[in-house]
Design a protein around this ligand. Structure first.
Ligand code: FES
Length: 108
């Protein structure tokens, strides 16, 4: 479908969810997960202030470098790996079709 991509989210029980993601609604990955009722809190509403949307990016996507805010938040988050990102900072767009992410453990 035009303006729709597929993103696979692996939850904390290792269950894969293949999500249809609209690219024309200005959504980010945290909001997408919440709309599918996956266990992503998004406590700060996408301000890069809580890390409750922490994911590991498992595919080789060309993502923009993390902003300073995202960097700072990941610096203080738990279970951070080289492929850690904040879901709320990943805007959904066409090039992300096929991306696979895994939800990080909750640190709260
Ligand atoms: Fe709080 Fe992403 S929702 S950092």
């Amino acid at each position: 479908m035009e303006n729709t991509i597929q993103i696979t989210v692996i939850d904390r029980e290792n269950v894969e969810h293949v999500l249809d993601a609209p690219t024309d609604m200005g959504l980010n990955l945290m909001e997408l997960c919440k709309s599918y009722e996956l266990p992503v809190k998004g406590t700060c509403g996408g301000m890069a202030l809580c890390a409750s949307c922490h994911v590991y990016v498992l595919t080789d996507q060309d993502l923009p470098e993390p902003s300073e805010d995202e960097h700072n938040m990941l610096d203080s988050a738990f279970f951070v790996q080289a492929n850690s990102r904040l879901g709320c900072q990943i805007k959904l767009h066409q090039e992300l079709d096929g991306m696979v992410v895994k939800l990080a453990e909750e640190s709260e």
